[in-house]
Design a protein. Structure first.
Length: 307
């Protein structure tokens, strides 16, 4: 039981959030909180500081993490080495992913992976593009799903998966005239990601983020604000049809500027991937992104919001 609590502690420390840790571990947040309290009671001191955005290690927690993480890493590496020698797809895999992919690609991929390999545990870490790269580079994630433009460091192996195009997402009642062609900066009230996200950087390079009315960190919040007619957003055109329909939203193709990028899978190039990672990469290459429905594009193609 102590081993399990210490592993839970390490995941909480890594994610900085009880809710994110609970999701990654596949347990309830209340159950995880109880396990953390029990560990703190056993040690006779708190291990985290509660903040507005989650939790942070205090001095005692930081000392505990430094002491136990190498030991658990060594144990996991040793067991993974033995599985690799046998070519066995089992154990666990830590996946860092950008938020947008959790809305249309990763659920389908992981569902199929678990049907083929039901004994494997997957731990998901939703992050912005730079953090996905950092987690894989540091060894805190085995695989990362991210955009090619965000991979700017050495020491990573890259597998290209598919190319995606950006589209304008708006409320179905809000478009009445023509969409800018990209020759001038957009005046559209834009809801978008913070500046360290790869998509925001793409919009900035294309001079499309002149009139930002809100910055958010999740696709769900972005779409909800658009559904309230606060503004428009730019997202991959593969975002699920059901999400748009439920919020009375529509897509609008963007002809100029040409906004496209590759979705890639990254891993450390310092060592060969485990059989489990190899199986997941192979399936990712075979998994086709969803097809979008033409009727969720507004006609005519050239429009501008009436805000």
């Amino acid at each position: 039981m102590l081993d399990q609590r210490l592993r839970y502690f390490l995941v909480i420390a890594e994610t900085g959030s009880l809710s994110d840790a609970a999701e990654q571990l596949g347990v309830s947040q209340s159950g995880l909180s109880r396990q953390l309290r029990q560990l703190e009671d056993d040690l006779g001191r708190p291990l985290f500081i509660r903040t507005g955005r989650g939790v942070e290690l205090n001095n005692a927690g930081a000392r505990l993490e430094r002491a136990i993480r190498p030991a658990f890493t060594a144990i996991d590496d040793a067991t993974e080495m033995l599985r690799t020698e046998l070519g066995t797809v089992q154990g666990s895999v830590r996946i860092a992913m950008i938020h947008t992919l959790s809305h249309y690609f990763l659920p389908k991929l992981l569902a199929q992976f678990h049907r083929e390999h039901p004994g494997v545990n997957t731990y998901l870490l939703g992050r912005g593009s730079p953090d996905v790269v950092s987690l894989v580079k540091s060894g805190k994630a085995d695989l990362g799903f991210v955009y090619d433009v965000a991979v700017t460091v050495d020491g990573l192996a890259i597998d290209h998966l598919f190319e995606e195009h950006m589209c304008l997402v708006h409320h179905q009642d809000n478009l009445t005239a023509a969409v800018p062609d990209g020759s001038q900066p957009w005046e559209l009230p834009l809801i978008t990601f913070p500046r360290y996200f790869a998509l925001r950087q793409m919009l900035h390079r294309a001079r499309l983020d002149k009139n930002v009315v809100a910055e958010v960190e999740t696709v769900d919040t972005m779409l909800r604000l658009v559904s309230c007619k606060l503004g428009v957003c730019v997202l991959p055109d593969l975002v699920k049809d059901s999400e748009l329909e439920s919020m009375q939203l529509r897509r609008q193709p963007i002809s100029l500027p040409d906004l496209r990028r590759w979705v890639v899978c990254i891993r450390s190039s310092d060592a060969s991937p485990s059989p489990t990672c190899e199986a997941l990469i192979r399936l990712a290459k075979q998994t086709k992104p969803p097809q979008t429905r033409p009727d969720l594009y507004l006609v005519p193609r050239s429009v501008t919001p009436d805000f």
